[in-house]
Design a protein around this ligand. Structure first.
Ligand code: FNR
Length: 189
């Protein structure tokens, strides 16, 4: 069974991106995948520092996150846009997870050969679209195949209904479908 890890690049309690990735996760589950939806707030890790890594290795929570990436075939990622780029939280977790824990561990074990679908939402008019360009580039550079299809939902403050779904049915369907498309792409592979 295809295994999908879904998470947002925000640890904020009321994060719009958490809501967004949960919709895509429903789509992936509907397509038959086993989906693990996590909250990065549960994986607190210090900002990457090579001295810290040399002294203590990968912090426990960052290692747990890395293990989850290794165990899953594909990722659904929704990231906030901060000053035109994806979030520092997401970058930090990727940086930790990109590190080898032993000499015989293959490079980029958590990422190489995996597939991802990326999305964003923000209160602004572009919905975090600019941050996705950086995220796509980074993931591609570490061996993740990123689906051409992506979603950026603007006006996040009014876009979500009280139950966490998108008020606009077409948007809701498109985000749902993104999860579906990721599973289909992995199965085809
Ligand atoms: C933002 N925000 C923002 N939004 C946007 O569309 N483009 C941007 O460049 C920025 N820049 C930015 C910088 C910083 C430091 C902050 C704190 C915020 C607004 C951002 O999209 C908004 O806070 C979202 O609600 C964050 O995502 P979550 O936490 O709701 O998922």
């Amino acid at each position: 069974m295809t295994k999908i890890l879904a998470f947002a690049g925000s640890s904020r309690k009321q994060s719009f991106n958490k809501k967004l990735v949960a919709i895509a996760a429903q789509g992936a589950a509907k397509a038959g995948a086993k989906v693990t939806l996590i909250d990065l707030a549960d994986y607190p890790a210090p900002i990457f520092n090579q001295d810290l890594e040399n002294e203590q290795g990968i912090p426990d929570k960052a290692r747990e996150f890395k293990r989850l990436l290794i165990e899953h075939d594909g990722f659904l990622i929704a990231s906030p846009e901060y000053n035109s780029a994806f979030s520092p939280l997401l970058k930090n977790m990727i940086d930790w997870a990109s590190r080898k824990e032993s000499d015989d561990e293959p490079p980029l074990l958590a990422f190489k050969g995996k597939m991802a679908a990326i999305m964003a939402t923000s209160p602004g008019g572009l919905g975090g679209l600019r941050g996705l360009m950086f995220l796509r580039l980074l993931l591609s550079n570490i061996g993740v195949t990123v689906l051409a299809e992506q979603m950026a939902i603007p006006s996040a403050v009014t876009a979500f209904a009280a139950d966490g779904s998108l008020a606009d049915q077409q948007q809701q369907q498109s985000v749902h479908s993104l999860g579906h498309q990721l599973v289909e792409a992995i199965v085809r592979l």
